[in-house]
Design a binder for this molecule. Structure first.
Ligand code: ZN
Length: 311
């Protein structure tokens, strides 16, 4: 049987918030079976618990922000993608500011933080629950669309089309397995266009953004001295974002997510539509021959992932 999982011990990381520019520390602690993923602002007197579910999404512009009773935590999606990729169901996540630190702009530092802190532990008192898509649900907005359809495993098919010679049209078909997240997606960094940076900063975004935590593209090429980590790092990061946002269903998905030029807001809208369509899904527990054991992934394997991929 698949069991629920949590982190084996308290782990933490420090950095800056990409949008706020403020220093920030995130601490991930073990939590009991059935807790889910719960954010808490440790810098505030009020210890309001903000569940990582789509009902608590309060802002989807450029990043996903969760909130409850006036307490908000921004840019949660990369950390949530790491937790999803490692199969973690339950954790208490403390953030000492309004935004999860961006670290290097990917999910890899969060994966490294958890694996170097002892990895994950199965909670054998509680079977894992899965969110099984039974009927296709779709949202279209002009030339952008998202859909979740029935499938025999969890897959993401993401297409982007940016009118820029470095990015252009890219498509990534990703099938989640116990290793594929680490190898294919976890290291893909967020990205932005240099000519948009000033306007973003003026609007209160990207104030902590730099070449250390984002791929920056000018009118001709990638500005980061070491280039790209994957030739198609841009669409892979969109897959990473989608994983984090889809985790807001509260259970790992058995289904296929298809996205064309989509972002956080469209994905959140799709999850609301799915949850409002009871015949389109069911929550199930599975009995299997062997349990996925991502806790057995070791750090040397992570080190081996460092494939230079200058495009
Ligand atoms: Zn992102």
């Amino acid at each position: 049987m698949f069991f629920q999982r949590t982190v084996s011990r308290r782990v933490w990381a420090e950095g800056v918030g990409i949008h706020s520019g403020n220093p920030s520390r995130v601490t991930v602690l073990p939590a009991s079976p059935g807790t889910g993923l719960v954010f808490v602002r440790s810098d505030l007197e009020s210890k309001v618990e903000v569940p990582a579910d789509v009902h608590h999404v309060v802002d989807s512009r450029l990043a996903t922000t969760l909130g409850r009773d006036g307490v908000t935590i921004g840019t949660v999606e990369h950390l949530l993608a790491a937790l999803y990729g490692l199969g973690i169901d339950n954790a208490r996540i403390e953030v000492d500011g309004p935004e999860v630190p961006i670290l290097d702009g990917s999910a890899e530092p969060f994966v490294r933080m958890i694996l170097s802190g002892g990895g994950t532990v199965a909670q054998r008192s509680r079977p894992k629950r899965f969110f099984v898509v039974k009927k296709t649900v779709r949202i279209t907005d002009g030339d952008r669309s998202v859909a979740l359809r029935p499938h025999d495993c969890f897959a993401i098919d993401f297409s982007i089309d940016f009118p820029h010679p470095v990015v252009g049209k890219q498509r990534c078909e990703f099938v989640l397995s116990d290793r594929s997240f680490l190898h294919e997606v976890s290291r893909a960094r967020t990205f932005g266009f240099a000519r948009e940076v000033a306007a973003l900063k003026a609007a209160g975004f990207a104030r902590g953004g730099s070449l250390d935590n984002a791929v920056v593209i000018d009118d001709f090429c990638v500005q980061n001295p070491d280039g790209l980590r994957y030739p198609d790092e841009f669409v892979r990061h969109k897959v990473l974002d989608a994983l984090g946002d889809l985790s807001l269903l509260g259970a790992p998905i058995i289904g296929r997510f298809e996205a064309v030029r989509a972002g956080h807001a469209l994905t959140a809208a799709l999850l609301h539509k799915l949850l409002a369509t009871p015949r389109a899904y069911e929550i199930r527990e599975f009995r299997q021959r062997a349990e996925l054991d991502v806790a057995k992934i070791r750090l040397p394997e992570l080190a081996a992932l460092r494939v230079p991929a200058r495009a």
